[in-house]
Design a protein around this ligand. Sequence first.
Ligand code: CA
Ligand code: CA
Ligand code: CA
Length: 436
Amino acid sequence: MTAGTNKIKAIATTANGGPNLDRLDVEPPSGPPDTEAPSQPQNLRSTGKTSNSVTLEWDASTDNVGVSGYVLSGGQTATGTTATVGGLQPNTAYTFTVQARDAAGNLSPASAPVSVTTSPPSSGGRPADVNGQLHVCGVKLCNQYNKPIQLRGMSTHGIQWYSQCIKTASLDALVSDWGGDVLRVAMYIQEGGYETNPRKFTDMMHGYIEEATKRGIYVLVDWHQLTPGDPNANLARAKTFFTEIAQRHKDKTNIIYDIANEPNNVSWAKVKSYAEQMIPVIRAQDADSLIVSGTHGWSTFGISDGQDVTSVLNNKVNATNFMYSFHFYANSHKQEYINALSRVADEVPVFVTEFGTQTASGDGGNDFATSQKYIDLMAQKKISWTNWNFSDDNRSGAVFKGGTCAGNSFTGTGVLKPAGVWVRDRMRTPDDFPTS
Ligand SMILES: [Ca+2]
Ligand SMILES: [Ca+2]
Ligand SMILES: [Ca+2]
């Protein structure tokens, strides 16, 4: 019943039939009417934006009876504590507030306002078209306009196990739904990988390079040596493989060569020696190539070997257009590693070719708080990254839920594990690829 006049229609019937109603009692709800408004929503914030939309979140209000929903300043309603406001103009500042309401219609005070400027209109350019041939400038990765850029993308799982996850629908999702700029193709050498059938795996890599090229993204050719940890153990194989890959793809402007995934149980001197042998092999085919190599201690600049980053910084690889890779797993590698990444990135070019939000096994609980610190650091210093991994493996670091790769639906968050939802959100934010 609302305030004012209410019409009531009642039909009562006796055992003998016919109406027999001479009295109607109407009891109001027990207790006084709810006139108490919900509390003011707190911490209104923007958690995402595009050129035509803004996503807002806020902390829940409380109410003496119960909050039934929220009303945004533009009139849009929400039942939960998030809403995406669409239909906005690019590159335009908007101010939003939100109020909570209860079932009785009481409205809370409006939240503190938040101002958000929508993203610039999208250039429509694909990452590899806009940025062209990459090169190292100082300690940064620069595009064809000699401007520092950050690439963000995904790493496959080992292609000897999870090639079913790298297909038309998943690659289309990576590009158009995730906004990925780069695909790292993890080709193991051992563990059933390249060494078992070099022809087959080289041809697979050729195919993935073409798929990335068609979609206008970069491709990071990952020589995924891991066990044995000394990359020199696979030197002859690496020379054969990279010679063919570089010879065939040298004129593409979207290829990046990673010659050693995670050296381990090996000295930096041996890794450096390997890199200085491999770089000329690739450059003989592809003179302007961008080449990345891992560092000792599983690509931690020696930290996971109990060493200091100066083991690398005081003994740098003698090469131009060369980057060092750094890997981390945020639930294993905390502040010491963040500090190390921050330090090395100021002194040498660094590409985070692999990271996870969980433990170093690629499994276990996610530490999104620590992961966010890394993301913020990498954004600030324009450190490019590819996340482990774009598969439906059962571990928490595989972004897709089990069984996803058998189908053809890869867009949205319904197919994603928590790590996938998280990293997709961080990849979808607008790119900053300066062209002048
Ligand atoms: Ca109330
Ligand atoms: Ca992007
Ligand atoms: Ca080239």
